[in-house]
Ligand binder design. Structure first.
Ligand code: ACO
Length: 449
C-alpha cells in the first residue's frame, strides 16, 4: 500500500464551557494569568453524563456517519486514552457495540496508555499495520480522547475534554512520512495518576514543562538526524509549512516554536543575527542550560513570532477554546488546522507534529498533504472540519461556581456502582452518547441522544 495516512478525521468536544477570565476572578488569581499568561480563552468540560467510553462512542459514530462508512470496512480499531474507567476492559471493546449490526467482530487493536501520548501510539500502530504484511485491505480507525480535570489549584485551568477519530488507510490525502520520526522517552514523575480512586493526576507542573521542552529538543534533533541520513536533507523550521504541537496551554506551544528556532539558531547563527543583532551574544549558549532561562525563552518567542503566526497559531483553535484534550490535543490541533484552511492552502504542504505524554514519551513526526488541491478526500477533510468554529460558538457557557459543582459531582461518583448520572441530557448535542446507568455489577450502559 502506498501513501498511508489520514483519510478522514472527526473531533468531538463537550457542550459546556467555562470562561477563563471568569475563572481567574473566581480563583482569585491576577487578571490575565490564564488568558494572557497561558493563552487560554475557554475550557470545555462534561457533567457526569459523559465518560471516556461515551466520548469515544460519540466521535467514532460521527466519523462513520459523516463519511458514509460501514462498520465492516474497518479491520483495526485502536484507542489511545489516559482516562481509565476500568483497569481491565478496554474502551476499544466498548466501541465494539457499534459494530454489532454489521456482523463484523474481526477487528484487531486495543487501548494504549501513557498520558497524552496514547493517541500517537495508536496512530503509529494503525499506520504500521496498513504498511505491513498483516494488513487485510480494510481501514484502521484511531480513537483518542480524554477528560482532563485537575484538583483545585494552579493546574485546574489547564483542563479540557474531547475526542478525535481518524480513518487510516492507503492513498490518503494526509500521508505520514513514516520513516521520519524522532522520539525521546524517559522515566520521570512529572504528571501521573497513581490514585486509582480519583480522576485527578498528581502533577509537578514546572517539571512537566521542562520535560516537555527537553523532549521538543531531543525529538527535533533526532528527526533532523533521520532526515539527514535517509533523505540527505537539512531540516530547519522552514522545512515545515505548518506545525502542530501537543497543547496543554497555548503559550507553551508558542514557546516551543521559539525553542525550535533556538535549535536552528545554534546551528546557523548568522542567518538570524542579520535580522536580530541582539542574538550576537547568545551564539555560544549551551542548549541544556537554557530550560529555565526566561530571557532566552522570551527572546526566541519574539524571533519566531512570524513563524508561529504562519505555521502554528491556527492549529490552536481547539486548544484555546476547549483546553487540553490530552491524547486528542495534538489531533485536535490538526483538525483545527483543517478547520481554518482551504484545500489550496494545504495542498503539497508538510505538517510537523509534536506529541508529548508525561512520564514520559514523545515523538516528532510529519505528514505530507497531497499536491492536488482538487483531491476529493482532501476536500472532504476540509469540509468536515469547517463546522468546528460554529460548534464551538453554540456551546453553553457555565459559571465557574457551577463548573466547580459539576466537578464535585464527578468526584463523588467517580467509581460508584448502582449509579444513575444526574447531569442534564437536554444540554447534550444531538448524536451524543451518554452514560445512562452503572449497574450493581459496575456495567455501564449508554444511550444516544
Ligand atoms: N497577566 C499576564 N500574565 C501573567 C499574569 C498576569 N496577571 N500572572 C501570571 N502570568 C504569567 C506568568 O508570568 C507565566 O508566564 P511565563 O511562564 O511565560 O512567565 C504564566 O502566566 C503562568 O504563571 P505561573 O505562575 O507560571 O503559573 P503556575 O505555576 O501557577 O501554573 C502550570 C502553571 C505549571 C502550567 C500549571 O497550570 C500546571 O501545573 N498545569 C498542568 C501541567 C501541564 O499542563 N504541563 C504541561 C505538559 S504535561 C501535560 O500535557 C499535562
Amino acid at each position: 500500500p502506498q501513501n498511508v495516512g489520514i483519510v478522514a478525521i472527526e473531533v468531538y468536544f463537550p457542550n459546556y464551557y467555562v470562561n477563563q477570565a471568569e475563572l481567574e476572578a473566581h480563583d482569585g488569581v491576577a487578571a490575565g494569568k490564564y488568558t494572557i499568561g497561558l493563552g487560554l480563552n475557554n475550557m470545555g468540560f462534561c457533567s457526569d453524563r459523559e465518560d471516556i467510553n461515551s466520548l469515544s462512542l460519540t466521535v467514532m459514530q460521527r466519523l462513520m456517519e459523516r463519511n458514509n462508512l460501514s462498520y465492516d470496512q474497518i479491520g483495526r480499531l485502536e484507542v489511545g486514552t489516559e482516562t481509565i474507567v476500568d483497569k481491565s476492559k478496554s474502551t476499544k471493546t466498548v466501541l465494539m457495540q457499534l459494530f454489532k449490526d454489521s456482523g463484523n467482530s474481526e477487528v484487531e487493536g486495543i487501548d494504549t496508555t501513557n498520558a497524552c501520548y496514547g493517541g500517537t501510539n495508536a496512530l503509529f500502530n494503525s499506520i504500521n499495520w496498513v504498511e505491513s504484511n498483516s494488513w487485510d485491505g480494510r481501514y484502521a480507525v484511531v480513537v483518542c480522547g480524554d477528560i482532563a480535570i485537575y484538583s483545585v489549584g494552579s493546574a485546574r485551568c489547564t483542563g479540557g475534554a474531547g475526542a478525535c477519530a481518524m480513518l487510516i488507510g492507503p492513498d490518503a490525502p494526509v500521508v505520514m512520512e513514516s520513516r521520519l520520526r524522532g522520539s525521546h522517552m524517559q522515566h520521570v514523575y512529572d504528571f501521573y495518576k497513581p490514585n486509582m480512586t480519583s480522576e485527578y493526576p498528581t502533577v509537578d507542573g514546572k517539571l512537566s514543562l521542562t520535560c516537555y521542552t527537553t523532549s521538543v529538543d531531543k525529538c527535533y534533533q533526532r528527526y533532523k538526524d533521520k532526515a539527514a541520513t535517509i533523505l540527505n536533507k537539512k531540516i530547519t523550521l522552514d522545512t515545515f509549512d505548518k506545525f502542530c504541537f501537543h497543547s496543554p496551554f497555548c503559550k507553551l506551544v508558542q514557546k516551543s516554536v521559539g525553542r525550535i528556532t533556538l535549535n536552528d539558531f545554534l546551528i546557523d547563527p548568522e542567518r538570524y543575527i542579520a535580522e536580530f543583532p541582539e542574538l550576537q551574544n547568545l551564539r555560544d549558549v549551551k542548549i541544556d542550560e537554557t530550560y529555565t532561562d526566561k530571557n532566552i525563552e522570551k527572546t526566541f518567542v519574539t524571533v519566531s513570532n512570524n513563524s508561529f503566526k504562519q505555521k502554528t497559531k491556527g492549529s490552536l483553535l481547539l486548544a484555546g477554546e476547549v483546553g487540553n484534550m490530552y491524547t486528542a490535543s495534538l489531533y485536535g490541533g490538526l483538525a483545527s488546522l483543517f478547520a481554518i484552511s482551504s484545500a489550496e492552502t494545504l495542498a503539497g504542504k508538510r505538517i510537523g507534529m509534536f506529541s508529548y505524554g508525561s512520564g514520559s514519551a514523545a515523538t516528532l513526526y510529519s505528514f505530507r498533504v497531497v499536491d492536488d488541491a482538487t483531491n476529493s478526500k482532501l476536500i472532504n477533510i476540509i469540509n468536515n472540519a469547517a463546522d468546528i468554529p460554529a460548534r464551538l460558538e453554540s456551546r453553553k457557557k457555565v459559571s465557574p461556581d457551577d463548573f466547580v459543582k459539576t466537578l464535585a459531582i464527578r468526584e463523588d461518583n467517580h467509581s460508584s456502582n448502582n449509579y444513575s448520572p444526574v447531569g442534564s441530557t437536554e444540554d447534550l448535542c444531538p448524536g451524543t452518547y451518554y452514560l445512562a446507568h452503572v449497574d450493581d455489577m459496575y456495567r455501564r450502559r449508554y444511550e444516544r441522544k
